[in-house]
Design a binder for this molecule. Structure first.
Ligand SMILES: Cc1cc2nc3c(=O)[nH]c(=O)nc-3n(C[C@H](O)[C@H](O)[C@H](O)COP(=O)(O)OP(=O)(O)OC[C@H]3O[C@@H](n4cnc5c(N)ncnc54)[C@H](O)[C@@H]3O)c2cc1C
Length: 281
C-alpha cells in the first residue's frame, strides 16, 4: 500500500488551500481500506477534497485517501462504484449505457464516498434518489451492507455514526436523453457557479430551512467582500473563491463575517456545508 509522509495537499484540494499531511495512506482494495481503518480508527477519510477546507498549518494525523478505489461495474441497470470513483466519470459511464439518475454528478468534482456521506445533489436529483445499498465499514461491527442510509438534506447516517463508505450500488433507469440532460446541467452550472479555474469548495453554507443561504448573504451585501487572498464570488454570495493564494484562516475569517452579517440582519445562524480538517481551524 502506498504511504506518503509530509504530503503537500494544497494542489489536491479544490480550494487550493492546505498544508502538509503528516501521513497519507492510499489503499487500493476494499481489504486494504478496511485494514487501514482498523489500524487507524482516528484517521480522516478523504475523497476528492472538494468539500473540505484543509488548514494551511496542515494536519498532524493520518489521512486515508480513497483515490485508488476507483472501479466501476455495470450489471444491467445496477451501477456499482468504489468509494474513490469521481462523480463526473460515474455520470458519463452511466450515460454511455443510456442509464438515468446520475446526471447531476457531471457538474462537480466529488467522489462517490464523499457524495454518499454528504447526500450530494444538484439540478433536482440527489444520491438518496438512486442509492440502492452501500458497503460500509462500521467501527463496531466491521463490514456491513446498508440499504437505508438515513439521508436528509446534505446529510447521511455516516455523519452521525462515523460510518465509512467502501462501495455504493445505484439503481438507475434506462431513458432517452441522458446526455442532453447532462449538457443542460453543465450549462446551468457555467452561469451559476464558479469553475474550478477559480478554486472553490462549492456552497459554503447550508440553506437554512425555508431560506436560500445565497439570497440571505446577497441581501447583506457580501458579494466581492474579501479577506486576504479569498473573496465572496461576485456572481453568487454562497461561494468563496481563492483568487490570490489565500489561506484557511482567510476563509474562516470571511465565513465568520458572512455569518455575523446574516445573524445581525435576519437573526438566522448559517451552518457550514463544508467540512474542516487540520490544526487551529
Ligand atoms: C465547483 C464545485 C461545485 C460543487 N457543487 C456541488 C453541488 O451542486 N451539490 C453538492 O451536493 N455538492 C457540491 N459541491 C461539493 C462537493 O463536491 C460535494 O459535497 C461532494 O460530495 C464531496 O465529495 P468529496 O469526495 O470531494 O468529499 P471530501 O471533501 O473529500 O470529503 C467530504 C466529507 O466526506 C467524508 N468522506 C469522504 N469520503 C468518504 C467515505 N468513503 N466514507 C465516509 N466519509 C467520506 C470526509 O471525511 C468529509 O467529511 C461542489 C464543489 C465544488 C468544488
Amino acid at each position: 500500500m502506498l504511504v506518503e509522509y509530509d504530503f503537500e495537499i494544497k494542489k489536491h484540494t479544490s480550494f487550493k488551500i492546505g498544508g502538509k499531511i503528516a501521513k497519507m495512506i492510499f489503499p487500493e482494495t476494499i481489504d486494504e481500506f478496511i485494514q487501514s481503518l482498523k489500524e487507524y480508527p482516528q484517521a480522516f477519510v478523504a475523497g476528492n477534497l472538494s468539500n473540505t477546507l484543509v488548514s494551511s498549518k496542515g494536519f498532524g494525523g493520518i489521512l486515508i485517501s480513497t483515490s485508488k478505489l476507483n472501479e466501476i461495474k455495470i450489471e444491467g441497470t445496477k451501477v456499482i462504484a468504489g468509494a474513490g470513483v469521481k462523480g463526473p466519470k460515474l455520470s458519463q459511464t452511466a450515460a454511455e449505457k443510456g442509464l438515468s439518475g446520475l446526471e447531476f454528478m457531471i457538474g462537480f468534482p466529488g467522489s462517490v464516498g464523499g457524495e454518499v456521506y454528504m447526500n450530494a445533489g444538484a439540478n433536482g436529483q440527489c444520491v438518496a434518489d438512486v442509492l440502492k445499498s452501500a458497503k460500509i465499514y462500521c467501527p463496531q461491527k466491521g463490514l456491513i451492507t446498508l440499504t437505508d442510509l438515513g439521508f436528509g438534506y446534505r446529510t447521511s447516517i455516516c455523519q452521525k455514526k462515523n460510518y465509512i463508505v467502501l462501495e455504493a450500488e445505484f439503481e438507475l433507469t434506462p431513458r432517452e436523453g441522458v446526455k442532453e440532460k447532462m449538457e443542460e446541467n453543465l450549462a446551468f452550472r457555467k452561469s451559476h457557479q464558479p469553475s474550478l479555474a477559480l478554486p472553490n469548495c462549492g456552497s459554503i453554507f447550508k440553506n437554512p430551512e425555508g431560506y436560500s443561504a445565497g439570497k440571505l448573504l446577497d441581501e447583506c451585501g457580501v458579494k466581492g467582500l474579501s479577506v486576504g487572498g479569498v473573496k465572496v464570488w461576485e456572481n453568487h454570495a454562497n461561494f468563496i473563491v481563492n483568487y490570490n493564494d489565500g489561506t484557511s484562516s482567510d476563509v474562516i475569517n470571511l465565513m465568520r463575517e458572512m455569518q455575523k452579517r446574516v445573524k445581525e440582519k435576519f437573526n438566522i445562524e448559517l451552518k457550514p456545508e463544508i467540512r474542516f480538517l487540520g490544526e487551529e481551524l
